[in-house]
Design a protein around this ligand. Sequence first.
Ligand code: SAM
Ligand code: SF4
Length: 384
Amino acid sequence: MQFNVREVEYASDALAVSLPQLRAPSVASNASVGNRMQESIPAHLPAAPAHIRAGRRMMDSHGRTILDLRISITDRCNFRCVYCMEPDVQFQPRENLLTPSEIIRMASVAQSLGVRKIRLTGGEPTLHPQLTEIISGIRAATDVEIAMISNGSLLTREKLRSWKRAGLDRMTISIDSVRPDRFARVTRSTLMPEAVIAGIEMCVAEGLTPLKLNAVLVRGQNHDEAVELARLARRFGVEMRFIEYMPLDSARAWDRSLMVTAQETRRTIEAVFALTPTNTDDRHSTARTYVFADGAPGRIGFIAPVSNPFCGACSRLRLTADGNVRPCLFSATEWSAMKLLRKGASDSELANFFIDVTWTKLAGHNIASPEFVQPARPMSAVGG
Ligand code: SAM
Ligand code: SF4
């Protein structure tokens, strides 16, 4: 099945979601590693210690501080990437999704607690009919860096300009293949990769930089395209990042054998372009970056959550499109901010909520362990 990217209606409310119930057992263990243990957090969000709440920062019990909030502004998408969404994925009814003012309020409270960067994601955030208002609202309420990640299918110069004017600082574009047949197969869309490449050019021209490109290599789909994708970094002077395929697909088809590790991808690229590691990576960055040894512009980044987890430096929290805060991408538990928002909670109550959720963050996700259980919600619902 293939989708015409421009025919997707944003508010396909006819599709109701039925998510598995989140489990709510009885014993808490913040020191535990792995999401199996995370399922044993109590049903009611425990308060963080008083001195942590008093600090007005989002600190977890492992000494990490939240600086980066990823907000999924919609669960809808016009692609059905094989590693992300099944063709018949079910979306939430529209009334279950955060409104622009709720998104802006959460962003503002998060900044008051030290968040420095907000990334708008989805689903496909550019499908949101009020995207410009969301960006300008966050800009008016905060001085955080505002970034957005998109599949690049719906970009125009006019839209990019209006988002930039509204306060968007930079973009990340996902592109998994430069070959038309492959691109169609991986994204299950009718779009040509040239359209996304044109979007990349437009982002650079409009100054939505530093621009990053994301690719997920899946064995049997696009595993042999690392070098072609790396050439995009050289061509546009941007960072091309390879993300390991994670067990967050709605089809639950992930298998270790389908994943192309960062190490393998690096070896493949280095057979053609020698790479030199940079020593400038932010401590909290998920990517390890390299420049081209021949001095060509651009960089290559490797994000290896499966083969080399980076949980120790995690500074992220996620807000889902339906208003839940997730301590980790791989959490089995998430906590409803929506309930609080719609009950009329004050900013101070929302701040305590953020602080309390952060305190429940586990030390790591234990994704590499046979004990690991895939979370109920896919990446598209969680916000990648
Ligand atoms: N639709 C937008 C896009 O594709 O850029 C934003 C949302 S998408 C969920 C964000 C990022 O998550 C994309 O770069 C995508 O490649 C990545 N992603 C989705 N499912 C993934 C998976 N199972 N493993 C690794 N990365 C995944
Ligand atoms: Fe849509 Fe992005 Fe998921 Fe692809 S990765 S299906 S573009 S949300």
